[in-house]
Design a protein around this ligand. Sequence first.
Ligand code: DGT
Ligand code: CA
Ligand code: CA
Ligand code: ZN
Length: 581
Amino acid sequence: MAHTNDEVARLLAELATLTELDEGSPNTFRVRAYQNAERAVRSLDRDVADLSANELAQVKGIGKSIAARIREYVDTGTIVKLEELRAAHPASQVELMKVPGLGPKTVQLLADELGIVDLDGLAAGLDDGSVAALPGLGERTVDNLRQGIEKLGLSSKDVRVPIADALPPAERIVAVLRELDAVEEAAYAGSLRRFRETIGDVDVLVAADDHEAVTSAFLEHSEVERVLGSGDTKTSVVTRDGLQVDLRIVPPESFGAALVYFTGSKAHNIRLRQRAMERGWTLNEYALAHQEDGEVVARTTEEEVYAALDLPWIAPERREDDGEIEQALEGATPDLPEVADLRGDLHDHTDLSGDGRDALEDLVAAAVDRGLEYLAITDHAEDLTINGVSREDMQAQRRELRALEEQRGDIRLLHGAELNIGVDGSLDYDAGFLATFDWLVASVHSHFSRDVEEQTARVVTAIRHPSVTAIGHLTGRMLGTRPGIELDVEQVLDAAADTGTAIEINASLRRLDAPVEVIREGARRGVTFVISTDAHAVDELDRARFGVAQARRAGLDRAAIANTWPVDRFLAWRDGIRDRA
Ligand code: DGT
Ligand code: CA
Ligand code: CA
Ligand code: ZN
């Protein structure tokens, strides 16, 4: 689509919104006419600038008066009607129209009765009761508007989005861009590539020469809801879910330099730039180059850029300037894990758990497909009221599992359970029965708001239980919705180091638990970790990569991750935990 068409489509959308506001109704003939024309222009395969008013009016969806307005824009660079509407309705009021649940009539009412013309005014009016007192409104509407404002808030860069809400749409957008003929390479960068728990906005990088083709494909992506700004090399949009995505188009030969630059963090980049300056070079999104004549030193791959600065390539998850550069210079960079290093998965649910979805044999087959050499089945133990499994059902599952292991012969199966750590540290079943399991994960699933002494005591009690082999999702946090339990982390980690009980790195994007700081502290204290998917369905085995990224962000050495070990070493270590506790 030609550049003018893009611009015209955007102006038509704005005309539709402003007219809606002006007429106090979303469904007038004029509003619909603008909306139809916007769609028509977006799908037009010719440049509107090349068409006369008459030719435009013959395009399906474009009427005579709108055809005239399009010509007006092409000829004069402006549309008088649009300027009038903009003058009559401040941008802040247009912003109000984006609050879910707020239509043009109410926006007018708010302005006329209460003088509310922006979001801050609306928030104040919701709080002091004046909005609720307006005719035709009331408590229900007020509640809806409050929720609407919260949702809207997510579209601003100041509100950080949990990574679980940012990563999937970012990957979908990158996948679509990567398929374009014009695109040589596409990747997300920024805080998302660094694997931060929350994301301000998503930064997408594309290597391409044909900027228009990439920009229009991006703008037409089904997830894009509105455009914040669009130029030759940079376009910013907000998705339907309120996520801001910045697209940057860079020359293919500069992709490495751009990736370094836009991955950040800012602090890490500053350190790199200092090293460039010491060498008489500059470093920006296009290249590492000589300060004097601009001669390029490195730009195509990240490795080349780092190598020129006498550094090994530094993993994106580590780029925070909190010691990674010093480590690299001393040759003390941790040996970070990769997905392919994982030989086992040690926290997996079948449909025997109330919230598990797939059958044992399907889960096992999927684990073998993914190259796993061992797998622990850990359905919920009986104390979890809605999901728990009785002793008899556990025993039946164990027989089924042993038979399956024998029949397949290609994977080692461990029969386990996910126990519930009671408020006093007690566990499900009885000690005798617990001792018959191959692998036991103990997790907090209740009583999240006790004080730090109680929480620490209950977790340490579970760690010291002779049959418990790992602590699942240590803090119980749900990123963006629930904080973790309060723990004296040092006491907990010391107990784990003492007994050998593993601390899980739960790979669910909503959990990423233990947190990065806890993993770092644990590594210093000699704790052993496991990276577990906590899969409740076959496809969730694939989230192992998120657990790996969490471990990498913590700078955890792969040697400290028990499920990277061959099965014999792993089982010998497991026996050791039981002897020590
Ligand atoms: P966010 O979006 O707040 O979660 O965090 P980032 O790190 O994604 O930050 P963002 O989106 O503002 O910028 C993306 C990257 O671009 C950032 O990590 C480093 C780079 N960058 C942006 N502005 C600057 C700058 O002024 N100087 C330098 N050196 N790098 C910058
Ligand atoms: Ca960002
Ligand atoms: Ca950004
Ligand atoms: Zn679980």
